[in-house]
Design a protein around this ligand. Sequence first.
Ligand SMILES: [Zn+2]
Length: 210
Amino acid sequence: MNETRLRERIARVGESLFRRGLTFGSSGNISVRCDDGGWLMTPTGSSLGELDPARISKLDRDGRCVAGDPPTKERFLHQVMYAERAGTNAVVHLHSTHSVAVSILADVDPLDVLPPLTAYYVMRVGALPLVPYFAPGDKALAEAVRPLAGKHHAVLLANHGPVVAGDSLDDALYAAEELEETAKLFLMLRGQPLRPLSAAQAAELRRRFG
Ligand SMILES: [Zn+2]
């Protein structure tokens, strides 16, 4: 996809996420890898609901901003996913409410926060590790994500939100949406006996669709 169409696609995805309440204010950011080895990234301080395609940041292959507005201050979260996961072509980071809510619960398994409630969650997200809390902009957060990013395309930042990488923008988007809906289900079901997919059922899905 050429850069002009990619810019338009990012703006449409941002508007869709905003309209559905998956992001709000100036939170959340999207990046996509370009054919020239650089990236398009949503600008700092921008609402995903009102992105101007022409002002989306363009970074060169060395990560320097060469066009558009300055990129999101959370750019290092994106860069660590691209650096640690070969084949990553897009990253979506949201402060989506139900995912953030789950990231604040004290009694989740930090190695895998959500149980395998549905087949689509297993197929699109899989295991979801919790990254310890760091203040916004703290570069230590990227270093905490780094060892997990090689093994997981989705991670959940404690008291903050999910970071999801994908082979394409659609892949990253669908996984972020699946994560948010599963977090919502999990919260709806809190306190009730659960019958998640068994380890064998989850393994079968990974074998067939992994
Ligand atoms: Zn954030």
